[in-house]
Design a protein around this ligand. Structure first.
Ligand code: COA
Length: 109
């Protein structure tokens, strides 16, 4: 039931917007999720964490988050914020992955 899809995870960078992140692509080339980050000094911010509803609960969000944390760390970040925690599921998702969740979510890298 789970894990049948083969998802390709690829880093991207948008020089104009000053953003970077990871994109998840499905077998047919469709985007199934992404995470978009900015980095100011040693502080990374995740502007968007999104997995398409049909692909939830398959570990894609976890992989995107882990890959994004590794990217941010490699670029010199020491901490990461998720400034807008969308809802209770997102809050639980982040808490279970080591974030302190209040009005924003925070993790030391
Ligand atoms: C929040 C969100 C990113 C999570 O994405 P996701 O791909 O469903 O996340 P995961 O599959 O990695 O993890 C979700 C759950 O699936 C379970 N799961 C992960 N891999 C699994 C697998 N291979 N088999 C079965 N279950 C699995 C996990 O146990 C996890 O549950 P838990 O939090 O109780 O541990 C997604 O629901 C989403 O895009 N929501 C809408 C936008 C949003 O809220 N964004 C977050 C803003 S902060």
């Amino acid at each position: 039931m789970f894990g049948k899809e083969i998802i390709e995870y690829s880093p991207f960078q948008d020089e104009d917007k000053g953003t970077f992140g990871i994109k998840g692509t499905g077998e047919n080339g469709e985007e199934v999720g992404h995470i978009v980050l900015t980095l100011n000094g040693e502080t990374a911010r995740s502007l968007s964490v999104l997995v398409s509803p049909g692909y939830w609960n398959k570990g894609i969000g976890t992989t995107l988050l882990q890959e994004a944390e590794a990217l941010a760390l490699a670029r010199g970040a020491t901490e990461i914020f998720v400034p807008e925690v969308a809802n209770e599921k997102a809050a639980e998702f982040l808490k279970k992955r080591g974030y302190s969740v209040g009005e924003t979510a925070y993790k030391r890298l």
